[in-house]
Design a protein around this ligand. Structure first.
Ligand SMILES: [Zn+2]
Ligand SMILES: [Zn+2]
Length: 483
């Protein structure tokens, strides 16, 4: 009989062995993650600082007046008061040769050092004061809308630069400071970066024109010239898109039922061609929208990399409004997706109370900043975290659940494709899914009706393949019309 100590030793050894096994498994998981085989992680919302992303008023943009020093010098001669280069008595008052007046471009001979330490100069020709580092050679300067002092660029990022008003007597700053609780004041003395008390402006390096253009989707085949009959094409799309069956299964089904041999790649090509043909229709159809629009991101595999899809969705009327695919989950993706949503209102006008419900990712707030700078205004409600701790999350939780369900539906559909070779292929698949979702797929919550009923598509067609054919022909006419 083993004694108690022996039993304990046995157990301790066993635990040690289990621990080493766990360590080994952990190492394996890390290795897998490094190999990029795991889907990307969501944003760690605990690491984000929402307070810093409040939307401030736009800054005052002041155009710098330009003058020509040669013309000014000539004028001065004509007026009998010629301006001579600055006479310097000390070498410390020398102005470096590369510095020129920011306003009239006068060379360094005509410039005074105004305050040696801060690098400010004054021009003898036009009497402009300028800083060689700050707004030298710029066309405009940005001023704080609250105190009119020049904003300072504090950060430069790939998508935007951040400007801040550093004036300690700025009314914006003073008011924010006065509103702090005792606890916050204490925090501010030790870690001021946790609180946003000063006026901040983000200047985006993106252009709205570039954001708008997404381009049509390239079609791998011309659907008007394929071997399959329209009926067969409709059946293929029904199996593959409505039911999310993978291409090999669709091929097997078609062979079993009709005795027709069709390759899997051909099936994928047909679906992509349908997506290309229906994309314009899904983006420009005059939808009837509710006030419950929410957005979310999901990821798909394109080649060897993970790509993101940013969806916007009318949760009440079950209409997908945006379907942007991008290599990066960044502000640009959010701007593009939200712009698609706003585009649906352009004909009528963006409702004053338009409120988009999204997750806690800061890209949506940044997108709001960018679009507000272009006169496109709307609200953003961020439902942060998975628990119902705060009032906002509780109120909007059902909406988030609806979009998460949409996400799962898409994932189920996407699984049948085994990833995409190109972004164009991914876009085509997403467009095809969207068209099916908006126009062909009946919804339980809509009493078994489709979200958007097009009389031409639905009135005379009895079966799903027939509806696909009619939808494709409708989509084609829209495509011709918008060209
Ligand atoms: Zn000057
Ligand atoms: Zn200010």
């Amino acid at each position: 009989m083993p004694n108690l100590l022996q039993i304990i030793m046995y157990l301790v050894n066993k635990i040690k062995w289990q621990n080493s096994l766990i360590q080994l498994l952990n190492d394996y998981i890390t290795w897998l993650e490094d190999a990029g085989d795991r889907p990307p992680k969501g944003t760690d919302i605990t690491k984000l600082d929402y307070n810093k992303l409040t939307l401030d008023d736009p800054p005052k943009v002041v155009k710098i007046e330009r003058a020509d020093y040669k013309y000014l010098l000539k004028q001065a001669v004509e007026a009998g008061k010629p301006i001579k280069p600055v006479r310097r008595h000390k070498s410390s008052s020398e102005v470096p040769e590369h510095v020129r007046c920011a306003k009239c471009h006068a060379p360094h001979d005509y410039l005074y050092k105004n305050n040696g330490v801060h690098g400010q100069y004054q021009c003898k020709v036009c009497s402009a004061l300028f800083n060689s580092k700050n707004h030298y050679s710029k066309d405009v300067i940005l001023k704080c809308p609250h105190c009119e002092k020049c904003l300072e660029k504090i950060k430069q990022r790939s998508e935007f630069d951040i400007y801040k008003c550093k004036n300690d007597t700025c009314p914006y700053y003073i008011q924010a400071l006065n509103q702090l609780s005792e606890e916050q004041k204490e925090l501010y003395t030790v870690a001021p970066y946790y609180l946003k008390l000063r006026y901040v402006y983000r200047q985006f390096n993106l252009k709205l024109e570039d954001i708008k253009s997404y381009g049509l989707i390239e079609s791998p085949v011309d659907l008007s010239r394929i071997h399959a009959s329209p009926r067969l094409l409709g059946e293929i799309l029904t199996y593959h898109v409505n039911y999310g069956l993978p291409a090999p299964k669709v091929a097997a089904l078609i062979y079993d039922i009709h005795g027709v041999k069709i390759g899997r790649q051909t099936i994928l090509n047909y679906a992509a061609a349908a997506g290309a043909q229906l994309y314009t229709l899904t983006q420009h159809y005059p939808y009837d929208l509710s006030d419950q629009i929410c957005g979310d991101e999901t990821y798909i595999r394109v080649g060897k990399k993970w790509h993101y899809i940013c969806y916007f969705f009318d949760a009440k009327n079950k209409i997908i409004l945006s379907q942007r695919v991008s290599e990066k989950r960044n502000t640009e993706l959010a701007i593009r997706a939200i712009h698609d949503v706003l585009d649906h209102y352009i004909a009528s006008e963006i409702p004053e109370d338009l409120n988009l419900i999204v997750d806690g990712n800061p890209i949506y707030k940044l997108a709001q900043h960018f679009l507000a700078q272009h006169g496109l205004n709307f609200d953003i409600t961020q439902v942060i975290g998975l628990t119902n701790e705060d009032e906002v999350s509780r109120q909007y939780r059902p909406l988030k659940q609806i979009i998460e369900r949409l996400n799962r539906t898409y994932k189920g559909n996407y699984r049948g494709t085994h990833g995409f070779k190109s972004q164009n292929g991914a876009r085509a698949h997403v467009a095809c899914f969207t068209a099916c979702f908006n126009f062909l797929r009946p919804h339980q919550s809509l009493d078994g009706e489709v979200p958007v009923r097009i009389p031409f598509v639905h009135d005379d067609a009895k079966t799903m393949p027939d509806k696909w054919i009619r939808l494709l022909s409708f989509g084609n006419s829209v495509l011709q019309y918008t060209d």
